[in-house]
Design a protein around this ligand. Structure first.
Ligand code: NDP
Length: 286
């Protein structure tokens, strides 16, 4: 018999969040404050172009003023750094998002370091990541925040739960583990060198898959009744997008599971809008 599972619908949840942000933006505007976000797009990577265009649309919808600076793929590091410096100084810009990945000649870490941490709406500046470690206020990375929202939307209490995060990138896995730890989960952070991965996943009440390998995590590894969040965005040969979790089999074991697409993706964009408003309000604070 097929066990019942509940789909964690990131589209609905993200829509609700965007509606609230829209109201907040309108309110800020009545006070004469207009939140502004600058995108920096280097080169012509088609996936990056789509990501930026989706983020722009989301900004437009909620009334966040935004513009995109498009720079050639051949831009030098010093030119890009100078550009970021200009955005740091621009009073109308509350958030700066440099779309990753950057062309090879550019040192991504150096570029992120150049962004004013107060405008770092991606939450990837070491200052903000350090604040996350130290549990100090700061801008948190968007995808991990979205993941936490999805988990909490199930109504489960994260405190005391065993969580297994698979993937340790600075953008997704590592900050997600820290956010779960801050909520008092007991976190196992796995990666490509982890031994007995399936046994570790089998212990977990919460599984977050952020690997980048289609259908890698199988249903028979999942603990009955677990919450499963699938971050993976893998393009199959037929052009379809699929996650890191084998949804067919995992949904037979999980109590709650997020789909791909329509799970983490929309939440990431909603959190970017939220961070922009937060950066704007922090700046305007007396
Ligand atoms: P990275 O490639 O930076 O990191 C992948 C991680 O997975 C690494 O830590 C790697 O380990 C680990 N890994 C690789 N193979 C295995 C394996 N066989 N077993 C266990 N762990 C493994 O990817 P990102 O974190 O940037 O992204 C992960 C996925 O999430 C991608 O599919 C990406 O497209 C998607 N994504 C989706 C977003 C959204 O908004 N929906 C946003 C960001 C990412 P090691 O460190 O040892 O190499």
């Amino acid at each position: 018999m097929r066990a019942m599972f509940t789909l964690i619908d990131g589209k609905i949840l993200a829509h609700e969040i965007r509606q609230n942000i829209k109201k907040e933006v309108a309110q800020l505007k009545t006070l004469g404050v207009e939140p502004g976000l600058a995108f920096v797009l280097v080169g012509e990577n088609p996936a990056s172009q789509i990501y930026v265009s989706n983020k722009q649309k989301a900004c437009d919808e909620v009334g966040i003023r935004n513009f995109t600076d498009t720079l050639p793929a051949t831009v030098s590091e010093s030119e890009l750094l100078k550009h970021i410096e200009g955005l740091n100084k621009n009073e109308k810009v509350h958030g700066i998002l440099v779309q990753l990945p950057l062309p090879k000649q550019l040192d991504t870490k150096k570029i992120i370091l150049a962004i004013d941490p107060k405008k770092d709406v991606d939450g990837l500046h070491p200052d903000n990541l350090g604040r996350l470690v130290a549990k100090l206020p700061g801008l948190r990375p968007c995808t991990p925040q979205g993941i936490l929202h999805l988990i909490e939307s199930t109504g489960i209490n994260v405190s005391g739960k065993d969580a297994c995060v698979v993937g340790r990138s600075d953008i997704v896995g590592k900050p997600t583990a820290l956010l779960l730890l801050a909520k008092d989960a007991t976190v196992t952070l796995c990666h490509s060198q982890t031994s007995a991965l399936s046994a570790k996943i089998a212990q977990a009440d919460i599984v977050v898959a952020a690997i980048g390998r289609a259908k890698f995590i199988r249903g028979d590894w999942i603990k009955q009744g677990a919450v499963v969040i699938d971050v993976g965005t893998n393009r199959l040969s037929d052009g379809k997008i699929c996650g890191d979790v084998d949804f067919e089999t995992a949904s037979k074991k999980a109590a709650f599971i997020s789909p791909v697409p329509g799970g983490v993706g929309p939440m990431t964009i909603a959190m970017l809008l939220k961070n922009t408003i937060e950066a704007c309000k922090n700046k305007e604070k007396p």
